[in-house]
Design a protein around this ligand. Structure first.
Ligand code: FMN
Length: 317
């Protein structure tokens, strides 16, 4: 029998008190209690989406309290968050928060004073430096290949991650294009100590979206996720459909204004032509819907195999 992998031990696992430095992306509605509980139960980093509003967030956190005593985190999307979100998560004893989609400042000081570990999502060296200056505990570095709302600078992870990890000494979770142990190992080689999976977890058995959307990710090639809405300074990486085509070129149209209200319908009814489906380029590497725990198990096993193989294949003796 093969010997089991040694346990992870780095700044992410130590800071967050987890066994496995893999997070689910905190995707509103998609990352439902079933998905976040499964990730947390696997010893990884379950992240609760904070974009779901105060009432649903409370119910979610109550459910987490019933299903796990392991650590998990909550995302606050700064530009869209319910102003009461910090109170809610402090009431529920949350110890880890990621802030995203906006400036680092609004919540960092209060959360850190309350003893909460804060990681900020960044998409450029400049925003990473601002987050470091604001005193965050770590960064989530997001490349432009990832699904959903993107930074205006659109830098892919291969360039952004080593740039930031070579200049800023903070623990980093890498996001954008991570689906398996090969991509996780690549991110670790570039300086990350953890990874976050969005599109891969959207195509998981537990994710709170219609089977049509999961199947669309499985069927999509690497070229079928496209950037729309650049002209409104809110680029979004989504699956190309007849509906999204008209938001690719500059116009008066605003996908945020027009399509976001129908995303819940797309998730519930599986009608791919209403709303927009946020998915990343890595859809082209996903060919199966899997339970979240199986994604994590396979990723960790392959990560260990890749780390060993690289030194065997590229050195003498
Ligand atoms: C459907 C969807 C919803 C998302 N919602 C959020 C969110 O509310 N907050 C956030 O910080 N990131 C959000 N993201 C971005 C992810 O956190 C993550 O950075 C990205 O998906 C990583 O790239 P990948 O899709 O290639 O894994 C979302 C991504 C997707 C696909």
């Amino acid at each position: 029998m093969k010997s089991p992998l040694p346990a992870f031990d780095n700044r992410i696992t130590r800071t967050l008190g987890v066994a496995v430095p893999i997070a689910n992306a905190p995707m509103g509605t998609v990352a439902n209690p079933e998905l976040v509980s499964a990730v947390t139960a696997a010893g990884a980093i379950g992240l609760v989406p904070g974009s779901i509003g105060a009432t649903r967030a409370r119910a979610f956190l109550e459910r987490m309290a019933e299903t796990t005593n392991r650590p998990f985190g909550v995302n606050i999307p700064v530009s869209f968050a319910d102003p009461g979100m910090v109170d809610i998560l402090l009431e529920h004893g949350v110890r880890f928060v990621t802030t995203s989609s906006g400036p680092v400042a609004p919540y960092t000081a209060r959360l850190r004073e309350a003893g909460v570990t804060v990681f900020h999502v960044v998409t450029s060296l400049e925003t990473a430096q601002q987050a470091a200056d604001a005193g965050v505990d770590g960064l989530i570095v997001e490349g432009s290949e990832g699904g959903g709302l993107r930074g205006a600078t659109e830098i892919p992870l291969m360039v952004l991650l080593p740039l930031i990890t070579s200049r800023i000494d903070l623990p980093v979770i890498a996001a954008g294009g991570i689906v398996d142990g090969v991509s996780m190992a690549a991110a670790f080689a570039l300086g990350a100590e953890g990874v976050q999976m969005g599109t891969r977890m959207l195509a998981s058995a537990e994710a709170g979206v219609h089977a049509n959307l999961k199947q669309a990710v499985v069927s999509a090639s690497e070229a079928e996720s496209i950037m729309i809405n650049r002209h409104n300074q809110r680029p979004l990486r989504v699956l190309r459909t007849a509906t999204t085509r008209k938001y690719e070129a500059p116009s008066q149209l605003d996908a945020f204004r027009d399509l976001i209200r129908d995303v819940p319908r797309l998730y519930e009814e599986g009608d791919m032509e209403v709303g927009f489906a946020s998915v990343g380029q890595v859809s082209g590497r996903i060919d199966q819907v899997l339970p979240a725990a199986e994604v994590i198990r396979r990723t960790v096993a392959e990560f260990g195999e890749v780390i060993g193989r690289l030194s065997r294949d590229h050195f003498k003796g």
